[in-house]
Every structure is written in C-alpha cells, then in structure tokens.
Design a protein around this ligand. Sequence first.
Ligand code: FES
Ligand SMILES: [Fe+2]
Length: 445
Amino acid sequence: MLSRAENERLTRIGPGTEMGGLLRQYWHPFLFPDELPPDGPPLRVRLLGEDLIAFRTGAGTVGLLGANCPHRGASLFFGRNEEGGLRCVYHGWKFEASGNCVDMPNEPAESNFKHKIRHLAYPCVEHGGMVWAYMGAGDSVPPLPELEVTLVPPAQRWLSKRVQYSNWVQAMEGEIDQSHNSFLHTMLNPDDDLSPRNGVARIRAVDTAPQFKIQETDYGVLIGSGRKAGEGLRYWRLTQWLYPYHTMTGPYGENPMRTWRCWVPIDDQNTLVMGANFHPLRPLLESERGGQNLVKGGFRIRGNVFYIEPEDRAPATSAPFGAWRPKATLENDFFIDRAVQRTKTYSGIPEFWAQDAGVQLSMGRINDRTIEHLGTTDLGIIAARRALLHAAQDLRERGAVPATVHHPELYRVRGAAVLIPEEVSWIESTHEHRKVLAGVNHAGV
Ligand code: FES
Ligand SMILES: [Fe+2]
C-alpha cells in the first residue's frame, strides 16, 4: 500500500514532476526506423506527457520537435519535410532536427529574428533496431543502455510494440508479478498447455504460491520466484527489473530464446509497451517471431505481451502511436468469452496481451494503491516501487542520479530460470545465468 502522495509521486511523469525528472535522465525507445522514411511524412508522438513531432531528413537524421510551432502555435504535424528540416505550413518557418530555425520567409530578408528562435528539440538515435529519444535538459546526453537485445545482430531479434490505456507503473508491475502466471494465463487443464512450457505449466499448477525473494542491485531489482518442483527441487524464475522500466523474465527450454520488454509512459494514462524476442547466439526461427504461436486446448493464443496481431489492431490513425492500438478494450470487455472461461481457459480473454491489459485497465487508468493489500508474492513490486521513489527523490533533493544513467554496461544482465535442489541458493547458483556472456546461453527450464 502507498499513501496517496506516494502514489502520485510514483505514477505522474509529466514535465516538472519528481518521477518525470528521473525518467528524463534516460533514453526512451519509441519508434522503429522504418516508421520514419527519409523525407517522409512527420509523425505525431507523445512521450512523458509531451506532444512532439518526429521526422527524418533526407540525410537520415531523426528530429523530434515540440509539436507546436514557436511562431503562433500551429502543429508541425502539417509541416513540409524538405531539405534537411521541417517547415511549418502556416507561415513557412523552417526548423532543423536540432531545433534551430533556419528560415523565416515571412520576415524581411535582413532580419536576424530567426537566429533568436530555438525550438524544443530532443536528440534521437537508432540503437538496437529502435529509435530512442533523450528528453533531459542540458547539453550532455548519457550513453545508451547496453541491453543484450540491442547488441545482437538484427536477424537475432524481433521487435514489436503496442499501446496500453493505463498508467505505466501498473503495466510494468504485471511483469514483475510472477504469481499471476499460475492463474491469469493458464488453461484449466494443464494437459492443454502443449508447449515447451509444459513442464513449467505443471509446476505452476501444482505450486500456486511461489516463494518470492528479492535482491536490490545497482541496476534495479532481481526478483526470484521459487516453486516446488518435486523430488527436492525448486523451479526458480528470475526476473530482472532495470531502471527505469525495463524487464526481462526467465527463458524457457535449452539454449533458449529470450525476451526484453519496456514500459514507456506516453503520458500519465497511457503506456507504450515495447518488447523483443531475441536469441544471443543464432537468428530467430520464424516461429519465434510474432505471437507466441501457442495452441492450447484447440485455441491459438493470439499476440504476446508486447504484440497485437495485425488483425487485432484498431484501424491505424495519425494520432501518436495510432498504428499500434488494439481493438480489444475495456469497453468491449477484451472480448471475454464466458463459455471458454467456464470450460477451457482461466480468464476467457482470447489475446495474451489482453489478459494482462484487461486486469490492469480494470484497476482504473491510474491504480489507486492506497486501497490495495499486498501479500508475500508482491515483494518484487514493493521493491521496484521503493527503488523508483528513492531514486526520484534522491535526484530532486540531492541531484544524485542512479548508476545506470552513466554506466550502460550495468544493463548487460539476463533473466534466468533454473531447477535446483531446495537447499541451493537461488542467488549463488545463478551468477553465470544472469550475465551477458559472449557465446554462452544458459538453459532455461
Ligand atoms: S505558426 Fe508556424 S510559421 Fe507561423
Ligand atoms: Fe502476464
């Protein structure tokens, strides 16, 4: 449970807020490079509560400008993308990606007014198959996080994203919460769970109350959930939560494919969920791209945590991230099928991501954490909240930034899953599993 004031501090990320200050220390992924062709049309973007316009020059530079022209406020979305800059269609002022105003054709030729105008502009770079923005103040930008997904060759990763109509913290908390995997996403009959996760599904069905352990680290929080697996063994699934919103859950099977996800606030009430499947050692198989391709009990479970199948997306619009929005919403109950819920799946909600989003939106756009009752399996969530609140406060009061801002190598960690004897330490036995090591990919379970 949080106080009302703590909940506000945790969730609000607009300009001038404490958490917004912390998030503005970091780079944020938000576009895929092919969404912005050189000299192509600009895109509306909304990040951290700020309305912005993205465009790419003919030379390939990505610009991210304040949405409204500094002359008299027309939207630069209508702008002309021409010769290295974006020109406002109202009176022709032209801006470079840097925000410099380089032409002001409605002023006398001898005027130097344009040199006095610098429009809001945030630096953008491509990294790991995504365009990232830095929205901090000041001239020095930090290094980009060395997440493994960004370091592997393009053929070894598959990326997607989706919009979720809720605050970013409750969306992210769903990923830290391994306890819900015994319920929300399950089949009523574990035998229907025909997948590499079959053994895991049985473990989850038998032990529905995992033991939770946490370890605070310099990159975030390591969360272990341990389930009894029989014969004196325990199945530990280790989730990594990294500042300010990256998550990596434990992988499945031998030489496993891995996942990464992040929970980028569009504003206080909406989240851009970005994620990837990736393999440290080899190109992905076709079956490892797209949805989970799981057929359970005669159902194909569509989508995955960060992916909406194209036929399940709402018609694309020019609103921010308007091509990545779902048809399934709270208004249509995420297409819950009560007959399926009675006979086949725990939730009755057909799409995988919608199972998570459905319960998370049902909390309200911003979850009221003053009325919750956290149990032993919520330890990871409590730790991540504390870490964020402390970091945001330290920054505001002492100007201290978390180590992750200036040490991108701290991001070189992995999620893990191991089956170990009850008496063996979940931390000590997983050192190697949790490091990004060249040429090594430890087994999941
Ligand atoms: S409002 Fe953009 S140039 Fe006038
Ligand atoms: Fe989930």
